[in-house]
Design a protein around this ligand. Sequence first.
Ligand SMILES: Nc1nc2c(ncn2[C@@H]2O[C@H](COP(=O)(O)OP(=O)(O)OP(=O)(O)O)[C@@H](O)[C@H]2O)c(=O)[nH]1
Ligand SMILES: [Mg+2]
Length: 232
Amino acid sequence: MPARIVEVREGVLKKNDLLARGLRERFGAAGVAVVDLVSSPGSGKTALLERTLSELSGRLRAGALVGDLATDNDARRLAVSGAPVRQITTGTVCHLDAEMVARALEGWDLASLDLLFVENVGNLVCPSSYDLGESLRAVLFSVTEGEDKPLKYPTIYNSADLAVLTKVDLAEAVGFDRAAAREAVDRVRPGLEILETSARTGEGIDAWLDRLMGLLAGGRDEERPAAGRASA
Ligand SMILES: Nc1nc2c(ncn2[C@@H]2O[C@H](COP(=O)(O)OP(=O)(O)OP(=O)(O)O)[C@@H](O)[C@H]2O)c(=O)[nH]1
Ligand SMILES: [Mg+2]
Protein backbone atom coordinates (compact mmCIF):
# COMPACT_ATOMS: atom_id res chain seq x y z
CA MET A 1 0.00 0.00 0.00
CA PRO A 2 1.43 3.44 -0.85
CA ALA A 3 2.80 5.28 2.21
CA ARG A 4 0.38 8.21 1.84
CA ILE A 5 -2.71 5.95 2.04
CA VAL A 6 -1.34 4.23 5.11
CA GLU A 7 -0.69 7.61 6.75
CA VAL A 8 -4.22 8.88 6.08
CA ARG A 9 -5.78 5.66 7.41
CA GLU A 10 -3.66 5.79 10.56
CA GLY A 11 -4.68 9.43 11.02
CA VAL A 12 -8.38 8.57 10.76
CA LEU A 13 -8.08 5.74 13.28
CA LYS A 14 -6.08 7.88 15.68
CA LYS A 15 -8.72 10.60 15.52
CA ASN A 16 -11.41 7.99 16.15
CA ASP A 17 -9.54 6.63 19.15
CA LEU A 18 -9.28 10.06 20.72
CA LEU A 19 -12.99 10.64 20.24
CA ALA A 20 -13.78 7.15 21.55
CA ARG A 21 -11.72 7.81 24.65
CA GLY A 22 -13.79 10.95 25.25
CA LEU A 23 -17.00 8.99 24.78
CA ARG A 24 -15.84 6.28 27.18
CA GLU A 25 -15.16 8.93 29.82
CA ARG A 26 -18.59 10.46 29.21
CA PHE A 27 -20.32 7.08 29.48
CA GLY A 28 -18.42 6.30 32.67
CA ALA A 29 -19.29 9.66 34.23
CA ALA A 30 -22.97 9.19 33.31
CA GLY A 31 -22.97 5.65 34.72
CA VAL A 32 -24.21 4.12 31.47
CA ALA A 33 -22.90 0.80 30.13
CA VAL A 34 -22.64 0.72 26.35
CA VAL A 35 -22.98 -2.47 24.31
CA ASP A 36 -21.98 -2.51 20.65
CA LEU A 37 -23.54 -5.25 18.49
CA VAL A 38 -21.62 -6.15 15.34
CA SER A 39 -22.37 -8.80 12.73
CA SER A 40 -23.00 -9.42 9.08
CA PRO A 41 -26.27 -8.06 7.66
CA GLY A 42 -29.28 -10.02 8.83
CA SER A 43 -27.65 -11.99 11.67
CA GLY A 44 -30.37 -10.89 14.02
CA LYS A 45 -29.04 -7.77 15.78
CA THR A 46 -32.33 -5.90 15.69
CA ALA A 47 -34.36 -9.00 16.57
CA LEU A 48 -32.16 -9.64 19.62
CA LEU A 49 -32.46 -5.99 20.64
CA GLU A 50 -36.23 -5.98 20.16
CA ARG A 51 -36.49 -8.90 22.55
CA THR A 52 -33.88 -7.45 24.94
CA LEU A 53 -35.52 -4.03 25.15
CA SER A 54 -38.94 -5.49 25.78
CA GLU A 55 -37.57 -7.85 28.48
CA LEU A 56 -35.71 -4.98 30.15
CA SER A 57 -38.68 -2.64 30.05
CA GLY A 58 -39.60 -1.68 33.60
CA ARG A 59 -36.42 -3.31 34.97
CA LEU A 60 -33.70 -1.09 33.55
CA ARG A 61 -33.49 2.16 31.66
CA ALA A 62 -32.19 1.17 28.22
CA GLY A 63 -31.86 3.02 24.93
CA ALA A 64 -30.41 2.33 21.51
CA LEU A 65 -28.56 3.87 18.62
CA VAL A 66 -28.89 2.05 15.32
CA GLY A 67 -26.60 2.37 12.32
CA ASP A 68 -27.55 1.56 8.74
CA LEU A 69 -26.55 2.96 5.38
CA ALA A 70 -30.14 3.93 4.73
CA THR A 71 -33.69 3.73 6.20
CA ASP A 72 -34.89 4.10 9.75
CA ASN A 73 -36.53 0.67 9.69
CA ASP A 74 -34.54 -0.69 12.61
CA ALA A 75 -35.09 2.39 14.78
CA ARG A 76 -38.81 2.09 14.16
CA ARG A 77 -38.74 -1.61 15.09
CA LEU A 78 -36.87 -0.89 18.33
CA ALA A 79 -38.99 2.11 19.27
CA VAL A 80 -41.99 -0.22 19.61
CA SER A 81 -40.51 -1.28 22.96
CA GLY A 82 -40.98 2.26 24.26
CA ALA A 83 -37.22 2.73 24.73
CA PRO A 84 -35.56 5.89 23.41
CA VAL A 85 -33.97 5.08 20.04
CA ARG A 86 -32.06 7.09 17.47
CA GLN A 87 -31.12 6.00 13.96
CA ILE A 88 -27.79 6.94 12.40
CA THR A 89 -27.77 6.74 8.62
CA THR A 90 -24.25 6.51 7.30
CA GLY A 91 -24.87 6.96 3.55
CA THR A 92 -22.03 5.01 1.99
CA VAL A 93 -20.04 4.30 5.14
CA CYS A 94 -19.92 0.65 6.22
CA HIS A 95 -19.42 1.19 9.97
CA LEU A 96 -20.22 3.57 12.81
CA ASP A 97 -17.43 5.72 14.16
CA ALA A 98 -17.06 7.63 17.41
CA GLU A 99 -17.89 10.96 15.78
CA MET A 100 -21.21 9.64 14.45
CA VAL A 101 -22.07 8.27 17.87
CA ALA A 102 -21.16 11.56 19.58
CA ARG A 103 -23.31 13.48 17.11
CA ALA A 104 -26.25 11.14 17.56
CA LEU A 105 -26.05 11.57 21.33
CA GLU A 106 -26.30 15.36 21.22
CA GLY A 107 -28.98 16.55 23.60
CA TRP A 108 -29.44 13.08 25.08
CA ASP A 109 -29.22 12.93 28.88
CA LEU A 110 -27.01 9.87 29.24
CA ALA A 111 -27.46 9.80 32.99
CA SER A 112 -31.09 8.88 32.32
CA LEU A 113 -29.93 5.47 31.01
CA ASP A 114 -28.41 2.38 32.59
CA LEU A 115 -27.67 0.67 29.29
CA LEU A 116 -27.15 2.03 25.80
CA PHE A 117 -27.11 -0.42 22.90
CA VAL A 118 -25.39 0.47 19.66
CA GLU A 119 -26.42 -1.65 16.69
CA ASN A 120 -23.57 -1.24 14.25
CA VAL A 121 -23.92 -1.34 10.48
CA GLY A 122 -24.25 -4.93 9.27
CA ASN A 123 -20.71 -5.68 8.15
CA LEU A 124 -18.06 -8.13 9.30
CA VAL A 125 -15.07 -6.04 8.25
CA CYS A 126 -15.41 -2.27 8.65
CA PRO A 127 -16.67 -1.95 12.25
CA SER A 128 -13.78 -3.91 13.72
CA SER A 129 -11.30 -1.02 13.74
CA TYR A 130 -13.60 1.64 15.15
CA ASP A 131 -13.78 1.89 18.90
CA LEU A 132 -17.04 3.56 19.96
CA GLY A 133 -16.21 3.88 23.65
CA GLU A 134 -18.34 0.82 24.38
CA SER A 135 -18.08 -1.32 27.52
CA LEU A 136 -18.78 -4.52 25.65
CA ARG A 137 -18.62 -5.49 22.01
CA ALA A 138 -20.67 -8.52 21.05
CA VAL A 139 -20.19 -10.17 17.68
CA LEU A 140 -23.30 -12.02 16.53
CA PHE A 141 -23.26 -14.93 14.18
CA SER A 142 -26.33 -16.83 13.14
CA VAL A 143 -26.58 -20.57 12.61
CA THR A 144 -27.59 -19.90 8.99
CA GLU A 145 -24.27 -18.23 8.10
CA GLY A 146 -21.98 -21.24 8.25
CA GLU A 147 -19.62 -22.33 11.00
CA ASP A 148 -16.48 -20.93 9.41
CA LYS A 149 -17.31 -17.20 9.57
CA PRO A 150 -14.83 -16.61 12.42
CA LEU A 151 -12.05 -18.07 10.27
CA LYS A 152 -12.96 -15.88 7.30
CA TYR A 153 -13.43 -12.67 9.29
CA PRO A 154 -10.98 -12.97 12.19
CA THR A 155 -10.55 -9.23 12.75
CA ILE A 156 -14.06 -8.70 14.03
CA TYR A 157 -13.69 -11.67 16.40
CA ASN A 158 -10.43 -10.23 17.64
CA SER A 159 -12.14 -6.98 18.49
CA ALA A 160 -15.05 -8.60 20.37
CA ASP A 161 -15.54 -9.37 24.05
CA LEU A 162 -18.30 -11.90 23.49
CA ALA A 163 -19.80 -13.95 20.66
CA VAL A 164 -23.56 -14.45 20.44
CA LEU A 165 -24.78 -17.33 18.35
CA THR A 166 -28.23 -16.35 17.07
CA LYS A 167 -31.27 -18.10 15.56
CA VAL A 168 -30.50 -21.34 17.38
CA ASP A 169 -34.13 -22.35 16.82
CA LEU A 170 -33.03 -22.96 13.21
CA ALA A 171 -29.88 -24.92 14.09
CA GLU A 172 -31.30 -28.35 13.43
CA ALA A 173 -33.08 -27.32 10.22
CA VAL A 174 -29.83 -26.02 8.70
CA GLY A 175 -27.63 -28.80 10.09
CA PHE A 176 -25.58 -26.39 12.17
CA ASP A 177 -22.44 -28.00 13.61
CA ARG A 178 -21.84 -26.49 17.07
CA ALA A 179 -18.49 -28.20 17.59
CA ALA A 180 -17.18 -26.86 14.27
CA ALA A 181 -18.34 -23.34 15.17
CA ARG A 182 -16.70 -23.56 18.60
CA GLU A 183 -13.49 -24.76 16.98
CA ALA A 184 -13.57 -21.92 14.44
CA VAL A 185 -13.98 -19.34 17.20
CA ASP A 186 -11.21 -20.96 19.25
CA ARG A 187 -8.79 -20.90 16.35
CA VAL A 188 -9.23 -17.13 16.16
CA ARG A 189 -9.95 -16.20 19.79
CA PRO A 190 -9.29 -19.17 22.07
CA GLY A 191 -11.86 -19.39 24.85
CA LEU A 192 -14.02 -16.49 23.67
CA GLU A 193 -17.34 -16.73 25.50
CA ILE A 194 -20.22 -17.83 23.25
CA LEU A 195 -23.85 -17.35 24.23
CA GLU A 196 -26.52 -19.21 22.28
CA THR A 197 -29.74 -17.30 21.71
CA SER A 198 -32.99 -17.30 19.81
CA ALA A 199 -34.89 -14.05 19.62
CA ARG A 200 -37.76 -16.11 18.22
CA THR A 201 -38.20 -18.66 21.04
CA GLY A 202 -36.43 -16.83 23.85
CA GLU A 203 -33.86 -19.59 24.31
CA GLY A 204 -30.70 -18.24 25.93
CA ILE A 205 -32.17 -14.79 26.45
CA ASP A 206 -31.97 -15.04 30.25
CA ALA A 207 -28.24 -15.77 30.08
CA TRP A 208 -27.80 -12.82 27.71
CA LEU A 209 -29.73 -10.56 30.08
CA ASP A 210 -27.61 -11.79 33.00
CA ARG A 211 -24.50 -10.93 31.01
CA LEU A 212 -25.86 -7.43 30.46
CA MET A 213 -26.77 -7.03 34.13
CA GLY A 214 -23.19 -7.99 34.94
CA LEU A 215 -22.04 -4.85 33.15
CA LEU A 216 -23.86 -2.74 35.69
CA ALA A 217 -23.07 -2.25 39.35
CA GLY A 218 -19.34 -2.41 38.96
CA GLY A 219 -19.35 -5.67 37.03
CA ARG A 220 -18.51 -3.90 33.80
CA ASP A 221 -15.89 -5.42 31.50
CA GLU A 222 -12.52 -3.80 31.76
CA GLU A 223 -12.83 -0.53 29.88
CA ARG A 224 -10.27 -0.95 27.18
CA PRO A 225 -10.39 -1.88 23.55
CA ALA A 226 -10.38 -5.67 23.14
CA ALA A 227 -7.42 -7.33 21.46
CA GLY A 228 -7.18 -6.33 17.84
CA ARG A 229 -9.29 -3.20 18.14
CA ALA A 230 -7.37 -0.15 16.95
CA SER A 231 -5.63 1.85 19.61
CA ALA A 232 -3.80 5.14 19.32
N1 LIG B 1 -35.92 -18.04 13.19
C1 LIG B 1 -35.32 -16.94 13.62
N2 LIG B 1 -35.22 -15.88 12.82
C2 LIG B 1 -34.61 -14.77 13.30
C3 LIG B 1 -34.06 -14.70 14.59
N3 LIG B 1 -33.49 -13.49 14.77
C4 LIG B 1 -33.68 -12.83 13.61
N4 LIG B 1 -34.36 -13.58 12.73
C5 LIG B 1 -34.78 -13.20 11.37
O1 LIG B 1 -33.63 -12.87 10.63
C6 LIG B 1 -33.89 -11.76 9.78
C7 LIG B 1 -32.90 -10.65 10.03
O2 LIG B 1 -33.02 -10.22 11.37
P1 LIG B 1 -32.61 -8.76 11.82
O3 LIG B 1 -32.80 -8.69 13.29
O4 LIG B 1 -33.30 -7.73 11.00
O5 LIG B 1 -31.07 -8.75 11.46
P2 LIG B 1 -30.01 -7.56 11.60
O6 LIG B 1 -28.72 -8.16 12.01
O7 LIG B 1 -30.56 -6.49 12.47
O8 LIG B 1 -29.93 -7.03 10.10
P3 LIG B 1 -29.24 -5.66 9.57
O9 LIG B 1 -29.62 -4.57 10.52
O10 LIG B 1 -29.84 -5.48 8.22
O11 LIG B 1 -27.77 -5.92 9.52
C8 LIG B 1 -35.34 -11.36 10.05
O12 LIG B 1 -36.17 -11.96 9.09
C9 LIG B 1 -35.60 -11.93 11.42
O13 LIG B 1 -36.96 -12.23 11.65
C10 LIG B 1 -34.18 -15.86 15.44
O14 LIG B 1 -33.73 -15.92 16.58
N5 LIG B 1 -34.81 -16.95 14.90
MG1 LIG C 1 -30.79 -4.47 12.11
